[in-house]
Write a protein that binds this ligand. Structure first.
Ligand code: LRH
Ligand code: MN
Ligand code: MN
Length: 424
């Protein structure tokens, strides 16, 4: 289903006065509200296809009603999100969960919904029914060249699908690693993986990027072959200029200083993209900003400062994507919350007075540096984010409108109550 312009307008009209009061207040307190609103309106975050259903844990899966069961329906869900917030204009596909059957029809649907195809994701962490070799002991790292070749071929196939769809990047996340000491020769695994990634890199079109995503643990619990940003950075720098590190917020050991990692990767021109989510214990894939919103702000502060220092375009020089999925909320409401949290952190980061901060740092004025950051973080920027939506033709209160129009009930009517989206 899609929304009509008049449904959005009516909803906005009813909230307009209250919104304008908030906007006036915050605009009076920040240096250049109009510039921030324009940046927010231009900023787009890709939605992963696998977050559109209720994800499972290894203990169970509680499917949501009206989940998309085809790739077309997944696109329609993202189209709906994009209508509600005008900030979700891209979808990220995972192969083989999302193999396109009719590429030209799919592209046409994407254009109709004003969506782009963001990074393509390969999957060598699950065995597929028709595959010859098993990934039980790894894929690109495997001791057997035949298994490595199968995983290489899969990645090259994913690039081909992406080319047909107009994507320009491949994200490689590997479950490869080991569960017990002695299981793996670390150097052997690293070198095999590097060689395999090299073959994938050679198949990459000139205008493409490959993102090497790291993860500390899970599903392997003793070692992971791309286990942290240092290892990812090693692969990315050895591969070449089209290879970058991808930071998934949930893929660190507890209390890692992610903002520092981001600052250094940007400094080395090797930061490629993000998977946003939140976590308390591990790779929890919770809603962005639901657990550690200050950390999210600090990460965006480094991103804005680092990208500006290098003259990078916030909207397209890094890949922005959500990577979250769970069992308990309506997945569309959850994604609206995640995008809102990202926009809030981005707006707060844009408020940081970097000239003043630099001066405080030069003077070792620690208290003042903290004041500057917390002043930005404690500003209620929600009216700026809402204004960006209003200007772009979206809803002032996306979740409010989603509920008011009973969108999920409509989807259940269209798709049924017994639906399972492919994914985690
Ligand atoms: C691994 C991961 C990776 C996968 C996705 C489904 O934990 O973050 O990005 O592609 O989950
Ligand atoms: Mn991820
Ligand atoms: Mn993950």
């Amino acid at each position: 289903m899609l929304l009509t312009k008049s449904q959005i307008d009516q909803h906005n009209d009813a909230l307009l006065q209250q919104h304008q009061r908030g906007l006036e207040y915050v605009s009076g307190n920040v240096p250049d509200a109009a510039a921030i609103i324009n940046k927010l309106a231009a900023f787009q975050v890709a939605i992963p296809s696998w977050a559109l259903g209720n994800g499972g844990t290894r203990f169970g899966r509680f499917a949501g009603k009206g989940e998309p069961s085809t790739l077309e329906q997944k696109l329609e869900d993202v189209g709906l999100l994009h209508q509600l917030n005008r900030s979700s204009g891209a979808i990220s596909l995972h192969i083989p969960w999302d193999i396109p059957k009719n590429v030209s029809a799919l592209k046409q649907l994407a254009t109709q919904l004003d969506l782009k195809f963001d990074a393509m994701n390969s999957n060598t962490f699950q065995d597929q029914p028709d595959q010859q070799h098993s990934y039980k002991y790894g894929s690109l790292q495997h001791v057997d060249k035949a298994v490595r070749q199968q995983a290489i071929d899969h990645n090259i196939e994913v690039i081909k699908y992406g080319q047909e769809l107009g994507s320009q990047s491949l994200t490689v996340w590997l479950a490869d690693g080991s569960c017990f000491p002695g299981q793996l020769n670390f150097r052997g695994a690293f070198n095999n993986t590097l060689e395999s990634l090299g073959e994938i890199y050679n198949a990459l079109p000139d205008d493409w990027k490959v993102f090497v995503e790291y993860k500390a643990f899970e599903p392997n619990f003793y070692s992971t072959t791309v286990g942290d940003w240092g290892q990812s950075y090693l692969y990315a720098s050895k591969l070449g200029a089209k290879a970058y590190t991808l930071v998934d917020l949930g893929h660190h050991l507890p209390n890692a200083n992610i903002e520092q990692i981001v600052a250094l990767l940007l400094n080395e021109k090797k930061l490629g993209g993000f998977h946003f989510n939140d976590s308390k214990y591990g790779d929890d894939d919770l809603t962005v900003g639901s657990i550690k919103p200050y950390q999210l702000f600090l990460i965006f502060k480094e991103l804005v400062e680092g990208m500006d220092a290098r003259g990078m375009d916030h909207t397209k020089d890094l890949g922005w994507m959500i990577d979250a999925s769970h069992n308990v909320k309506d997945s569309l409401e959850d994604l609206l919350q995640s995008v809102e949290a990202i926009n809030i952190a981005y707006a707060q980061a844009l408020l940081v007075d970097n000239t003043k901060l630099l001066a405080a740092q030069q003077n070792n004025d620690v208290a003042q540096a903290q004041e500057i950051l917390q002043d930005a973080y404690r500003t209620d920027v929600r009216p700026l984010v809402a204004e960006a939506r209003l200007k772009a033709g979206a809803a002032l209160d996306p979740i409010g409108l989603f509920r008011q129009l009973k969108v999920r009930d409509q989807l259940v009517k269209e798709r049924g109550a017994n639906t399972v989206a492919t994914g985690l």
